[in-house]
Design a protein around this ligand. Sequence first.
Ligand code: EPU
Length: 421
Amino acid sequence: MDKIVVEGGSRLVGKIPISGAKNAALPLLAAALLPTGTSTFKNVPLLQDVATMAKLLRKLGWDVEGTGTNALTIASPVSRKKLKLEAPYELVKTMRASVLVLGPLVARYGRARVSMPGGCAIGARPIDQHLKGLEAMGAKVTLEHGYVEVECKRLRGATIVLDMPTVTGCENLMMAAALAKGRTVIENAAREPEVEELALVLNKMGAKVQGGGTPIITIEGVDELSPIEHSIIPDRIEAGTFAVAAAMTRGDVLLEGARPEHMDAIVAKLRAAGVQVSAESGGLRVRGAGELKPIDIVTQPHPGFPTDMQAQFMVLACLAKGQSVLKEMIFENRFMHVPELGRMGADIQISGRAAVVRGGTKLTGASVMATDLRASASLVLAGLVAAGKTEVLRVYHLDRGYEAIEKKLRGCGAKIRRVKT
Ligand code: EPU
């Protein structure tokens, strides 16, 4: 298994190209199940999760070409005989977002069988809202042998009020509603840029989706959709992670292609910490200047502060003199980086959903590991400023969501390398 080795102490200066967004790419690849024909996606990030989604689409009978490059083509099966409407356990257990094929398959073929995702490292993460929505649209949902089976000859439009603005739940229901009969209204919808991107792509395919990116999404079902070509939006969480790296090392980095309008909450907290952030024509420029100030953060659905940036900002808070409080309100177990950061010298106390960081303690390099993608990223960030050598183990978590993280950081002067073991 690979590990990442970082020697702390380098200031990051230069440019980092931001890749396509993982959490936009995954639902868009699932949306390619809706039309007949070949869809093409560009700016696809080279990530393990994208490879897993490609593998799943192939298992279902679709032809996927271009894996290992940033452009993917996805072609529908030439004959119905090739279809296999099932997402098996071995793929769902490695990537929960596999559940995104449920909505499109039921909408188009009237049936799907998907291994029920269990809890994961960051929380229980049920899919009750996905299923409740499909039931409201007329589907019969049964759970047997660890698989959820959803059946409905033709879904019909319904008004669905989500208990919470679930991102993938909303995306699943949007894709299902695109081919349903009649009008679907999703209330308390997720407003993340990735949900808005899916609405845009569905409309390119010929769907009638209104209100993507707002709390109420209205979808008029159509009878069929057409394949498209689309370039995926830049990853706001990857950009945010490198922004924190620049701030922590008192560096000066241009995040090429980053879209500031997707990053308001992140930029606001960087500025509150005393970091200089400016939108420039090529992207977002981040300069760490002077002493960092403590920050208080509460994670919330978009446009609030994203849970996917909580771990990275916690490391930033470790460098500020004074006390910061970070509250995690989305996932019940997303503090796995805390004990590992503690081993590097951070002073962090957890009390319920809050982590209290007393910044300013000396961080020293250590061998560390985490079982979650963003937690792993935070350990790499800590390594950039810790005295001596940090080894981040279990790199496969990072590879799920960061394209060539070590190369991008090295390009700006970080002493970081991947070691194959
Ligand atoms: N929830 C339910 N029932 C449901 C659905 C969600 O109780 O049916 C709860 C969850 O347990 C959680 C909250 O609602 O407490 C929000 O979860 P959500 O469904 O929005 O999360 P998700 O769709 O499973 C996506 C991202 C995550 C990101 C969250 C929150 C993708 C593929 N994944 O997950 O990304 O943290 O939204 O923004 O879009 C990551 O990239 O590292 C990552 C974990």
